[in-house]
Write a protein that binds this ligand. Sequence first.
Ligand code: ASP
Length: 424
Amino acid sequence: MPRHNKILLGLVIGAVLGTVTNLLTDGSEKTQRFVALVTEPIGKMWLSSLIMVVIPLIVSTLSVGVAALGSLKRLGRIGLVTLASFLLLTTLSTAFGLFVMNTVRPGQGLDRSLTERLMQTYASETKTAMGFAKDSKFGISVLVDIIPRNPIKAAANGEMLAVIFFALMLGIGIAIVSKEAGNPLLDVMESLGHVTVAIIDLVMAVAPIGVFCLIFSVTSRFGLSLLVSLLKYVVTIVLSLAVFQFVAYPVILKFVSGLSPFDFFKRIRVVMITAFSTSSSNATLPTTMKTSEEELGIHKEIGGFVLPLGATMNMNGTALFEGATVLFLAQVFGFNLDLPTQLIVVIMSVITAIGVAGVPGGSIPLLMMVLGMVGVPVEGIGIILGVDRILDMCRTVLNVTGDLVTATIVNRVELRLGAGTKGT
Ligand code: ASP
């Protein structure tokens, strides 16, 4: 059986078994213990194995990729198209999310006692998230911190943008110096890239087990009754994400590259499954990069540039979720956000999504920041915390697909514009 089918099987069996266990045991102590001692540790170990290779992967692919681009002009052009695509996709997805929320209005008429109860139940989680929100960087400091004083420390702290910047500079440095001076380092980086890919292959060989464990852990412990009481909100977000994923992206792709949607989704299915089960753009990055090159035929140097940046900066699903949830909570509390305020919500969701870490629940602190900015009570986050994991799984799929869409666009533009300019 091909590997991708095995991974899909792991996902399906994990989800079904987890849900059945949840329904039959209703979160009993035995189930909790099984999850805490067996499936969760195995899932975490698999997740860590993927995250482990992210930094060497970014440093090697990006430096080799940039050195291969051969000219700062080409790098500038690719950078510009990439950022423009990120911004466009994120703004479109956020505006779409707000449009749907305004139309469906799932927050209106939600039982007051339910929302009070939820806020009480998740009070301590809300407090923890508030602490993170206070520590979260936002605005100009995000820009300043892109340049690391100490790249090793940045890597150790998982500051992706700073690592990306350093890798870019390494690539530029290699391109500038003479061949004798640059080639030894280039060889090392190329070799590091090959070895990293080999490790990813090994890790992905056990993906069916990792995916099974992660999904089982989530579904067997998930508050299904909570899901039912917030059903309208959850369904609205999930459907909005699904429409963007399966309608908006294909339309854009068809327009840009003539790729058939069915073909595209078939080729990237392992990426979607990995994003769904890990809820982490960072953990999915190794798979995204491999798929981009092997399945979509995107040039290595383009994927090597666009995808690490995308995993950090381009979060279409997260921005959609942030904007829509601000509106939902405003509806719950009976606030009427006028058009200018909603415009602020769109802008802030787009900007904060750039700073969101590509890890499970990474957007919650920044979402609280946006809530505070438009005057919606931040404690309201407690209402949605219990169902967030499910939404996180779905929005992460959109986040990584958006990166692949951008890589396809950039690849296309480069093929058209850049043909023959390599090395000039
Ligand atoms: N989990 C998301 C990601 O890694 C971030 C978030 O929206 O919380 O892309």
